[in-house]
Design a protein. Structure first.
Length: 284
């Protein structure tokens, strides 16, 4: 008599399920905290009070005040809205440009595909961070110009991913049947091809979110992103740098916020990669 081996539940699946739950809960917490700070907190994040500068934690200022007497908690929560909001804006704009471009290039091929490959090769010749720094410097300091620079850098990776997926899918039988039945190219791309690339794009976007957050924070830290008095985590790190020895928590709070959000975004990306069974090459 043959014995049927019992399958034990995968600990990896359980682990990634918990990662997704924790990541989603934390994301909701950050969004709720940012909305609370925007709607209900009574402290003005731009109001300076030099008599209250560099105060410790208190009932009035739960995380103390900065070098200009501004409430750190208020600026930290509003800074989360700035950092995450602009990161999502840059990511969404890159998706809106990259997905249609990749669809058309992969499906139409010909001179369109060749033109796209030459443009992609030009962008991929240099690291993303270097190109973003150069573009931000040329466009001028400011969070709007920084977002534009990130979009210019990031759309290529999504277009390349979509193009490669469309190239493989367009050779399959169901696409040939769709063409035989007289479906238009636009109908085939939106109804048949787009659902197949959604999982790949979602995984890459979730993994890219942490990179974009780090990019916005780091460039704001060196003065190319958010400008004073706008609260932003990277800019808060730069403002607090001269007071690190006397008030190290002024740098610890925004630093922990950046690290936590980036780690949880990566955890969510790992979960989605396993959920959609996407190979690790999607990160490149």
């Amino acid at each position: 008599m043959k014995t049927i081996p019992l399958r034990m539940p995968s600990t990896k699946t359980k682990k990634h399920s918990w990662q997704a739950i924790i990541g989603m809960l934390f994301a909701l917490l950050v969004i709720a905290a940012s909305l609370y700070a925007f709607l209900y907190l009574k402290h003005d994040h731009t109001l300076t009070d030099l008599r209250s500068r560099l105060q410790g934690m208190s009932a009035l200022h739960p995380l103390g005040t900065d070098h200009l007497g501004r409430d750190v908690l208020t600026r930290l929560l509003l800074g989360g809205g700035q950092t995450l909001g602009y990161s999502l804006l840059a990511l969404g704009a890159a998706l809106l440009i990259g997905i249609p471009f990749g669809l058309i290039a992969g499906y139409k091929r010909g001179w369109i595909d060749k033109l796209f490959m030459r443009i992609a090769d030009a962008f991929l010749a240099f690291p993303d961070t270097i190109v973003a720094i150069v573009l931000s410097g040329l466009l001028g300091a400011g969070i709007g110009n920084l977002v534009l620079a990130i979009v210019i850098v990031k759309w290529v990776s999504y277009a390349r991913l979509v193009r490669s997926t469309v190239l493989s899918e367009s050779q399959k039988d169901y696409i040939r049947v769709a063409r035989t039945n007289g479906l238009s190219d636009a109908r085939i791309m939106t109804k048949h091809l787009l659902p197949h690339i959604a999982g790949h794009v979602l995984v890459l976007a979730s993994l890219d979110l942490g990179k974009i957050i780090l990019l916005i924070s780091s460039l704001s830290y060196i003065g190319l992103g958010a400008q004073p008095p706008t609260p932003e985590w990277g800019a808060m790190l730069n403002d607090s740098r001269p007071y690190f020895q006397s008030r190290p928590e002024l740098m610890v709070f925004p630093g922990l916020a950046i690290v936590s959000v980036v780690l949880l975004a990566n955890m969510l990306g790992d979960y989605l990669r396993d959920r959609f069974d996407v190979k690790k090459e999607v990160q490149s």
